[in-house]
Design a protein around this ligand. Sequence first.
Ligand SMILES: Nc1ncnc2c1ncn2[C@@H]1O[C@H](COP(=O)(O)OP(=O)(O)O)[C@@H](O)[C@H]1O
Ligand SMILES: [Mg+2]
Length: 286
Amino acid sequence: MSPQPASSQVSAAGSGQGLRSASELAVSLSDASLSYGARELWSGLDLDIRRGEFFAVLGPNGSGKTSLLKVLLGLEKLTSGSVQVAGEPVRRGSRNIGYIPQQQPFPPETPLRARDLVGLGLDGHRWGIRLRDAAHHRHVDSLLEAVGASSYANAPVGTLSGGEQQRLRAAQALATNPDVLLCDEPLLSLDLHHQQAVSSLINAQCHEANSAVIFVTHEINPIIDYVDRVLYLANGRFRVGTPEEVMTSSVLSELYGSTVEVLRHNGRIIVVGLPDATPHHHHEEI
Ligand SMILES: Nc1ncnc2c1ncn2[C@@H]1O[C@H](COP(=O)(O)OP(=O)(O)O)[C@@H](O)[C@H]1O
Ligand SMILES: [Mg+2]
């Protein structure tokens, strides 16, 4: 059987289900492309992501995963094609979107405590009118507890480890109960226990609050039980589908243009033979 073209798509709506209503569609990209100068990251991307869907974005460093999230945040413009979030053209600063940025440490002197950072998720849009009542404090406390950060709630954020800061960013992004949650490698530098805590919290936002989750990761295994579909980007090519459809030897070999083997063991996916210039599957410790 000859493989399908790398850019072939599996429609989110599927066939025979008819059009989904705009309110159910969280993200819609149509014939989208993004280039920086002469360098094209991806093109011809058609993608509908519905509310309640856990959507993973995988691919080597530099394949354009973060840039895709920036397009959805209105921080980067498509070179061509169109994008809608929650049925509307993207705009910056939407409270409907939660964002866990790719890890970047806070400077040591940052004048915020852990609980202040999480609280900004609740009232950061209302500078000056800080209604810090008991309900606000209870909400912040419950968010801190959910990510296992209660013990350092009053510590200055700049003194915390990368993993501790990352858990606060997750709590902050969840604070507004967003319809769309964009997560850029949120598990980086977390130990296994906290990887599980944070990914299950994000999964709860997806399935209990019916949010769309777009989860960029270099490791699918920590979220393999949650993922509905995957976008795998590599070398300007991509494939969209369920993990079973995309995470195969033939699809990844085609995307990378070299022989890659996908093995499955105890429900985990092991990818062997990624090109050397693809450091994303090595764990980056901070
Ligand atoms: N604003 C920008 N201007 C020019 N090049 C950029 C810009 N942002 C990202 N790039 C380049 O685009 C490529 C993809 O970046 P990025 O989306 O961060 O990839 P990923 O998150 O998959 O590692 C990288 O080579 C990066 O250097
Ligand atoms: Mg990135």
